[in-house]
Design a protein around this ligand. Structure first.
Ligand code: ASP
Length: 344
């Protein structure tokens, strides 16, 4: 890995705990210049670190697709001027935003590294400093040929770098807040940052960055649970204004085998809805050939999400539906690995 003083990183601050302080009525984001005061270590980097602050700064619980569009457009606009980008973001929806950006940025040849923290950067035991400093290190890293070591949208958190569209927040309080249950980390940080080059995706060709900002958000998520009523299933699976439904199933993709449920699924698929099967389990994948309850879904026209996370599946649907009006095309592409989001 070679680093020269020519590296340049753009730090994009969107909000989140990392830049918050106590206001008397809960934590609220503060001005970015104060983050730089809180982390004087940043001055030790020998390359240029510029910053860009979103207005307004938000708790990431308020993230909307409009913010992803702004982020993608900003990265496109600044792309040639920087070797990498670090996005400071709240942890609550970081996996959604990183998933979305992974689909919205095409031909990405530079790192876009999301990070944040569980404790504000100004607090004594903060995890924010290490997360920020290492995320910048990753974003600036280039190999001997000058290529980015991680030309991907990824999340750096608690010593691990994981692919953005494989990430999920698993802990509300521990520093170890994220997991990539179905894909090994892209890097692990100890004394050195060890990159897992067999897992990192590199662009197959040199091509200009293209951004896709047309997102279709008409997606509902239905979590199957014992006691789910026919009315609830009907409202979601046959609801108007809904183009796709993520069905969060049990285990390897199983749902209720009762005829009333299968009938609703059939009616929904026949009515043109895109139905995507994602397991509620943290790890493993959907296999609708294993049990009769899964087979019934497959026969009714439900698409397998494989080992997609719900965050990744939602982002993939937003992106594909924004790109294609034809639902059959969307269904075909859902089962293809587009950005490393599924294991096949
Ligand atoms: N609520 C905060 C947010 O997502 C939590 C965090 O940043 O960790 O913005």
């Amino acid at each position: 890995m070679k680093k020269t003083d020519k590296s340049a990183v753009l730090l994009i601050y969107t909000g989140g705990t990392i830049g918050m302080k106590e206001s008397g009525h809960g934590l609220v984001p503060f001005d970015f210049s104060q983050i730089l005061d809180e982390v004087p270590e940043l001055q030790k980097f020998t390359f240029k670190i510029d910053s860009y602050t979103f207005d307004p700064l938000i708790d990431s619980s308020d993230v909307e697709p409009g913010m992803w569009k702004e982020l993608a457009s900003l990265i496109k606009e600044k792309y040639d001027g920087y070797d990498g980008f670090v996005v400071l973001h709240g942890t609550d929806t970081m996996a959604y935003s990183a998933s979305a950006l992974s689909f919205m940025l095409d031909n990405l040849a530079k790192p876009v590294i999301f990070t944040g923290s569980q404790l504000p950067v100004g607090s004594l035991r903060t995890d924010g400093k290490e997360n920020l400093v290492s995320a910048i290190e990753v974003a600036s890293s280039r190999d001997a040929r000058g290529r980015a070591v991680v030309p991907e949208v990824a999340i750096y958190f608690n010593s691990q770098l994981i692919r953005g569209n494989r990430a999920t927040k698993v802990n509300a309080t521990a520093f170890d807040a994220f997991r990539s249950p179905n894909c090994p980390p892209l890097a692990e940080a100890g004394i050195k940052i060890r990159y897992n080059k067999a897992v990192i995706r590199y662009p197959s060709q040199e091509a200009p960055l293209v951004i896709h900002t047309n997102l279709d958000t008409r997606v509902a998520i239905l979590k199957i649970h014992p006691g789910i009523t026919e009315q609830v299933a009907r409202n979601v699976l046959l609801g108007s204004g809904i183009r796709a439904v993520i069905i969060e199933t049990y285990g390897s993709g199983n749902a209720i085998s009762k005829p009333w449920f299968t009938d609703i699924i059939r009616e929904s698929a026949a009515g043109g809805k895109i139905l995507l099967n994602i397991t509620q389990c943290l790890a493993g994948d959907v296999n609708m050939n294993l049990y009769a309850t899964g087979k019934a879904l497959k026969e009714a026209g439900v698409v397998s999400g494989g080992d997609l996370t719900t965050e990744g599946g939602l982002a993939k649907l937003f992106y594909l539906m924004g790109e294609y009006a034809d639902n059959e095309r969307v269904k075909l592409l859902l089962e293809k690995n587009l950005k490393g989001e599924i294991s096949k």
